[in-house]
Write a protein that binds this ligand. Structure first.
Ligand SMILES: NC(=O)c1ccc[n+]([C@@H]2O[C@H](COP(=O)([O-])OP(=O)(O)OC[C@H]3O[C@@H](n4cnc5c(N)ncnc54)[C@H](OP(=O)(O)O)[C@@H]3O)[C@@H](O)[C@H]2O)c1
Length: 333
């Protein structure tokens, strides 16, 4: 596995998003998820991404099963700030855009959330601690100040931010060096390329593209919304709905053409394109299946030609926003 850099550490060029093992994308088989985690280490896929909110802690507890014997082999990232508030579940709240979620970036919460995550993960430190969403009630300097206290205490090695604006990155970085910024980036999501990526390059921050497979859409394996389980979060994603789905599948057809030329899969082409965009990117495709993990890991060796990269880069934007309206207010703050 070729490498990418986060802070002073080298990580596998392809990381592992663990969210789907416990949250958002239908049921998962725990034994298979544990096999994915073990196989990941054999393949050099050592950059693991989780968050306290994935399955309300279940994802961190799942990772602990493998971390207990392999902590030193993993570059472990987790996140805080998204809190499910059971008092905010009325229809009015949904319409108001908070959907029952609040964001907590208060210094007191930073410390409390870390202790809970560390306990669930069964670790004494995490390598990368992200603020998952920016709390617009709290100055980012205050939140990052508290995160920096975790670094000083030896509990966290590097700090990260997710779904942030270029301005927030600069303000945060002035308080304590930010090692990684995690935002959505893929063939069908370019929202951060023009503004956030250049600031990361300037400040020496690794950009971690999340959902690099377009939440599975770009792999071509989801042929209709009916392929998704009833409780799958993607059913609420505008890009997966109605006419948008059919139109967006034209993107997949273009990816398939290039995949065929390499005897590769569309997933591998989607990942190879992300890796080719910048040596400063460390993508974290998500899967709960060993077969997909192996396929994705092999994408690190897939070299696209400059013409292919150009063709892929020129793909028209998809139809539909990347999140349902209820989540939009929390993004890129
Ligand atoms: N910071 C944030 O706000 C944020 C938001 C979303 C995600 N993330 C992180 O980013 C990670 C990745 O994003 P994601 O999981 O949303 O989306 P993704 O990586 O774009 O896609 C994951 C989906 O693709 C499928 N898949 C993976 N490899 C495949 C292959 N080779 N062939 C066919 N299908 C394949 C998976 O199926 P199976 O599930 O069946 O394996 C899953 O449904 C997450 O796990 C999470 O850690 C962060």
């Amino acid at each position: 596995m070729t490498k990418r850099t986060i802070g002073n550490d080298e990580v596998g060029a392809i990381g592992l998003g663990c969210m789907g093992m416990s949250y958002a994308y239908g049921p998962a088989d725990e034994a298979e998820s544990v096999s994915v985690l073990r196989r990941a280490l054999e393949l050099g896929v050592n950059h693991w991404d989780t968050a306290d909110m994935y399955g309300s802690g279940a994802n961190e507890i799942l990772l602990a099963k493998v971390l207990k014997d392999h902590r030193d082999e993993v570059f472990l990232a987790t996140k805080f700030a998204n809190v499910y508030d059971r008092t905010l579940t009325s229809h009015q709240d949904l319409v108001a855009g908070n959907a029952g979620w609040i964001v907590d970036g208060t210094p007191e919460y930073v410390h409390r959330a870390f202790e809970v995550s560390a306990q669930r993960l069964g670790v004494d430190h995490v390598d990368l601690y992200y603020q998952h969403r920016v709390d617009d009630r709290v100055a980012i300097e205050e939140t990052v100040g508290a995160m920096a206290e975790l670094v000083a205490a030896g509990k966290v090695r590097y700090l990260g931010l997710s779904e942030v604006s270029a301005e927030s990155i600069r303000r945060a970085h002035a308080v304590h060096p930010i090692a990684a910024v995690q935002c959505e980036l893929s063939l069908w999501t370019r929202d951060f390329v023009e503004d956030v990526v250049p600031v990361c390059d300037e400040l020496g921050i690794t950009f971690v593209p999340y959902s690099p497979l377009g939440r599975g859409f770009l792999t071509g394996q989801i042929k209709s919304i009916d392929d998704l389980p009833e409780d799958d979060w993607r059913r609420s994603n505008p890009r997966f709905q109605g006419d948008a789905f059919a139109k967006n599948f034209e993107i997949v057809e273009q990816v398939k053409l290039i995949a065929a030329a390499h005897d590769a899969t569309p997933a591998q082409v989607a990942l190879a394109w992300v890796l080719a965009l910048s040596p400063g990117f460390a993508p974290i495709p998500g899967t709960k299946r060993v077969k997909y993990l192996e396929e994705n890991a092999a994408a690190a060796d897939l070299e696209l030609t400059p013409t292919e990269i150009e063709t892929l880069t020129a793909i028209e934007p998809p139809v539909g926003s990347r999140y349902p309206a209820a989540f939009a207010g929390f993004l890129k703050r």
